[in-house]
Design a protein around this ligand. Structure first.
Ligand code: FAD
Ligand code: DLZ
Ligand code: SF4
Length: 510
């Protein structure tokens, strides 16, 4: 009797994935395929490719150890398949299954290809919900239905209630407030230089094989491949989570928005990559953060801040992605059309903050949220780079980047290209903000306190110029009222000087 063919994609490496739940060990076949189409639809960072392929190969080994049959295509196999659809078609012919089972795909692009393939398939195809997420697509659509504006904060409160996380028995939030964001912006302090570097893993033989393959086949992709220390198994990812809970969570809250030269991670988790491919479970991390607070090991602003990122933001952006795609990716609210300059791919710029954030990104395939949002994203917003090119860069370059999470964060949060679907106002900021939240400016050739002088910080003129350029569509935004009030006090001479300074800078950016 033929069994079922079960597809597992590179970001579905969870043993309790819906597609694996009722597996028949003796009869069923699991299909996993490293394919060129997924490896090259954007030029992924070399470390991202190595992470995904190494994690896929280790996961396949774990399944085999359980006695399961895994049909695994390596990219360097003789029978490598060009894409997931081709791998499926060949497997259906060879295995002759009675049905195909898969878990819905994370990206709209591949999801529609797979659904088209399923509609034509000779055997029944069961596409199951991805219940690793805490809000289903339908839940989110129901929550969004009839709301004039979608805002993460209200969604987050519902999720807190639904999962009973950081809640008092009377239904009120622990600590009397839902959100301790205002306590997540402590400026730099002298004792911040001390977090232990996060746990690093040494590549085993399987990973070393992958590293050789990536070095050979993807030499033209961006980023450094070596050294490679990311975890690629569930156990090692769990050790990374333990390391975060033990050494960094306690100060995550206070210093979430801080940036320090030479400190890639600070008190951040460095867990998004493991969550996004299925090696860690989001609910488990939220419950552990809550327990750490209740046991008196971490303050409330840290536990709540961390939980808000996962139970709130992560679920919210995923819900919004599926609610709004495919049109979401097409909008360009600020008509930004400048091509993305080469510095994004080679890191070469004399702006110290940008050089640090881009350099770290190219080296590690990781930057923390404020670097992504307020240094790189803010620069792209103020310069008016084409949102499609910016989004493609973010999708390529970060080890945790899958479109369902990358696109809302980049297109919506960082670039305001969606005109306010995700957030209520653009995250535009001058060099003053970066100076307040980081120590980058001290070693920069520019001065964050100056705007039009020769050595003035470019972010300053770009910021005011951005506000002037878009005043027709932004000045009416109530959350921008104070900023535009400030601008209205600026005399014409200063405005003209700022415009000239910004234009001169933009001319030099290519
Ligand atoms: P921490 O800061 O320690 O946060 C803990 C966890 O919360 C993260 O692991 C992540 O799972 C979740 N989280 C935090 N912020 C967000 C957010 N805004 N959206 C969704 N989840 C969040 N995150 C990705 O996972 N993939 C991306 O491709 C991605 N692209 C981004 C692009 C831009 C322009 C911006 C501004 C943010 C992007 N983020 C993305 C969100 C966030 O920056 C990363 O999740 C975070 O930096 C990952 O590092 P960490 O694990 O140390 O996170
Ligand atoms: C990102 C990625 C890459 C680089 N390679 C593969 C692959 O070879 N095989 C695979 O099954 N998945 C890969 N992935 C992850 C997919 O792109 C991902 O499943 C979809 O984009 C949906 O999120
Ligand atoms: Fe960045 Fe401006 Fe500070 Fe230089 S002066 S590090 S460009 S914010």
């Amino acid at each position: 009797m033929p069994g079922t063919l079960r597809l597992i994609l590179g970001d579905q490496l969870s043993r309790d994935l819906s597609a694996l739940r009722d597996i028949d060990v003796k009869r069923d076949t699991i299909l996993m395929a490293e394919v060129a189409a997924e490896a090259t639809y954007v030029p992924h960072h070399k470390k991202k490719l190595a992470f995904i392929f190494a994690a896929m190969r280790h996961f396949a080994e774990d399944l085999r150890r359980e006695g399961l049959t895994v049909r695994y295509h390596r990219l360097d196999d003789d029978n490598a398949q060009p894409g997931i659809v081709e791998a499926l078609t060949e497997a259906v012919q060879d295995v002759e299954p009675n049905a195909v089972v898969m878990t819905e795909c994370g990206e709209w692009r591949l999801d529609s290809l797979l659904r088209d393939w399923a509609a034509e398939c000779a055997v029944p195809v069961d596409i199951r919900k991805d219940d690793r997420f805490l809000a289903g697509k339908e839940d989110f659509a129901e929550w969004a239905d009839g709301r004039k504006q979608l805002r993460m904060e209200y969604f987050y409160r519902e999720m807190r209630r639904r999962y009973d996380i950081l809640m008092e028995p009377d239904g009120k939030p622990v600590g009397g407030r839902w959100n301790f964001d205002s306590e997540n912006r402590k400026p730099l302090s002298g004792d911040m230089f001390g977090p232990e570097p996060p746990l690093q893993h040494q590549p085993d033989e399987i990973t070393r094989d992958v590293l050789d393959m990536v070095a050979e086949r993807f030499a033209d992709h961006p980023g450094d491949l070596d050294p490679f220390h990311y975890a690629v198994t569930r156990d090692d990812a769990a050790a990374c989570a333990d390391d975060f809970f033990e050494h960094r969570l306690a100060r995550f809250g206070d210093h979430q928005d801080a940036m320090l030269a030479g400190q890639d991670i600070l008190y951040h988790a460095l867990l998004s990559l493991y969550l996004n491919v299925g090696l860690l479970d989001p609910l488990d991390l939220c419950r552990r953060a809550e327990a750490a607070y209740r046991d008196g090991n971490v303050p409330l602003n840290s536990a709540e801040g961390f939980i808000r990122q996962i139970l709130g933001w992560r679920e919210y952006v995923r819900g919004l992605y599926w609610l709004k795609m495919p049109d979401y990716a097409q909008s360009n609210f600020l008509s930004a059309e400048r091509p993305l300059p080469t510095m994004f791919w080679d890191g070469e710029t004399d702006l110290a903050c940008l050089r640090a954030a881009l350099g770290q990104t190219l080296r590690t395939a990781y930057a923390h949220h404020i670097q992504r949002l307020m240094v790189i994203g803010n620069f792209a917003l103020l310069c008016g780079f084409d949102p499609r090119q910016v989004c493609e860069w973010y999708l390529s370059i970060y080890v945790d980047a899958f479109e369902w999470v990358e696109l809302p964060n980049t297109h919506g949060m960082a670039l305001f290209a969606d005109g306010g679907v995700l957030g209520s106002k653009p995250y535009a900021a001058s060099g003053k903000y970066i100076d307040r939240m980081s120590d980058y400016c001290g070693s920069c050739r520019y001065d964050p306190k100056k705007t039009v002088e020769d050595d003035a910080c470019p972010y300053n003129a770009l910021y005011w110029n951005f506000l002037m350029e878009h005043s027709d569509i932004l000045s009416g935004n109530p959350r921008m009222a104070l900023i535009y009030k400030g601008l209205s006090k600026m005399d014409d001479k200063k405005r003209a000087a700022i415009r000239e300074k910004a234009c001169a800078f933009l001319k030099g950016v290519s």
